[in-house]
Ligand binder design. Structure first.
Ligand SMILES: Cc1cc2nc3c(=O)[nH]c(=O)nc-3n(C[C@H](O)[C@H](O)[C@H](O)COP(=O)(O)OP(=O)(O)OC[C@H]3O[C@@H](n4cnc5c(N)ncnc54)[C@H](O)[C@@H]3O)c2cc1C
Length: 415
């Protein structure tokens, strides 16, 4: 049985990348799409480091040129352990079916580019914070004012489908009390922009292990996004407020101090927690969750924006082919679970240990063939492709289990 009988009037809540991508795709197919995007704006937004697998989507949506005009070209990613040992991944060294670059984007501009493209494609934007309720039959409802604002655009009073792409607000999950599956890490991410830091490779996203946890540096025009991902109890030792925790860590942690000795913070600090989670359900009668509202895994491999935009493509395809929404749910859950697994191999040290073993294999003809083949699959993690490539993931699973030789993964573990 199909989850919905008609598919023409669509309410999309949230003005982020997931919402706008879906709006562009559906509007181009003739759907009547209304995006409800709240006017409230956070001072800075996470999600600035894109992975190469987003590039084909930017091209398809017709926005790459505009995004490139205000972003930093990103040729790769590097991961540093103990300030000396650097794992450098250049996207142009990855297999030829993968895009060879990405961008670091100022998120406010990126959101606006996608939203403008949605409007150009025919979507209507209503600047409004939506409130949801559930009626006696268990049906999700938009508040009256939102319905009123959209009604002259739709050809019915109610939408045929409500898409929750309001990000971590997880509107439908909260109103229906849907449980979340949580990951093992109890980290907080402290996020701000600073004026300067030295980089190993220009344009690269930099990941450095610190005393407890790790930090990211994402070069942006005129500034650097500098974020710390640390266990919650470790953050609490450095103060109560997000600002205290951030500034104290920056001044006291040996690695952070070394990475940005003269850095000046130029924004306020945002704090995120409880983000490793997947909603038990992603769809129901006339509703569906898209992007972060359905789950977010971890910032470490910059997979969030890819998953958000890719899930819009998957949902558009399911709607267009009039398939049940549960088909969409199955694919997205698979991808989220795959990233849960990949990310766990970073935190437990097994991924870097396996890469190290691969780099140190004896030089013989067999290894000369095997090693590039394996590293091609491993590199799919950094380009974003591994989460949807079953074979690469199975190979990775095998490597981290049986391919560590006698090396102990603890050396690369993240506390
Ligand atoms: C610490 C951290 C670091 C990250 N770093 C990266 C990274 O470097 N690279 C990467 O790819 N991903 C990263 N991510 C993930 C990335 O930010 C998200 O996956 C991505 O933003 C999800 O897009 P979205 O459209 O689903 O949600 P969002 O971008 O959160 O957009 C949701 C929108 O809905 C709006 N909204 C909320 N409630 C309502 C309402 N009631 N009515 C109307 N509108 C509403 C919000 O204002 C917002 O604009 C990071 C995440 C975290 C937590």
């Amino acid at each position: 049985m199909k989850d919905m009988s008609s598919k023409k009037n669509i309410a999309i809540i949230g003005g982020g990348p997931a919402a706008s991508t879906l709006a562009i795709l559906l509007s181009k197919k003739g759907y009547k799409v209304v995006i409800f995007a709240t006017k409230e704006k956070a001072p800075i937004l996470v999600g600035e480091s894109l992975v190469p697998m987003i590039i084909p989507m930017l091209k398809d949506l017709g926005v790459e040129e505009e995004v490139a005009s205000y972003s930093i070209y990103k040729p790769g990613a590097c991961f540093t352990f103990d300030a000396t040992e650097v794992f450098d991944f250049r996207f142009s060294d990855t297999p030829s079916d993968l895009p060879s670059y990405a961008y670091n984007v100022p998120r406010d501009k990126f959101n606006q580019t996608l939203l403008n493209a949605a409007i150009k494609a025919g979507a209507r934007v209503v600047a409004r914070k939506v409130e949801l309720t559930v009626d006696e039959e268990g049906q999700i409802k938009l508040d009256d004012k939102s319905l009123q604002e959209a009604s002259n655009y739709w050809d019915r009073n109610e939408p045929d489908l409500i898409v929750d792409s309001a990000g971590r607000a997880n509107l439908i999950g909260r109103v229906l009390d849907i449980p979340m599956e949580n990951g093992p890490r109890q980290d907080v991410a402290l996020f701000a922009h600073v004026d300067q830091t030295e980089l190993v490779d220009p344009g690269y996203v930099h990941n450095d292990r610190i005393k407890q946890g790790w930090c990211w540096r994402i070069p942006l025009p005129g500034r650097v996004s500098f974020g710390f991902v640390v266990p919650e109890n470790y953050a609490l030792k450095h103060g109560e407020t997000a600002e205290q925790q951030y500034d104290n860590l920056l001044n006291k942690d040996a690695v952070l101090k070394q990475l940005a000795p003269n850095a000046k913070r130029v924004t306020e600090v945002l704090r995120f927690k409880n983000y490793q989670s997947i909603s038990d359900k992603l769809c129901g009668k006339k509703w569906v969750m898209l992007g972060d509202s359905g789950g977010f895994i971890d910032p470490v491999f910059s997979s969030g924006m890819l998953l958000a935009m890719d899930s819009a493509y998957k949902l558009a395809e399911v709607l267009e082919q009039d398939k049940p929404l549960s088909d969409y749910e199955d694919i997205i859950k698979q991808h989220l679970q795959a990233w849960f697994e990949i990310v766990s191999y970073y935190y437990n040290g097994r991924l870097m240990t396996a890469i190290k073993v691969g780099d140190s294999l004896e030089d013989n003809w067999f290894n000369r063939i095997l090693t590039p083949w394996i590293s091609g699959h491993v590199s799919r993690i950094f380009s974003g492709a591994a989460g949807s490539k079953g074979f690469s993931l199975s190979l990775l699973r095998f490597l981290v289990k049986y391919g560590l030789k006698d090396r102990k993964p603890d050396y690369y573990k993240i506390k």
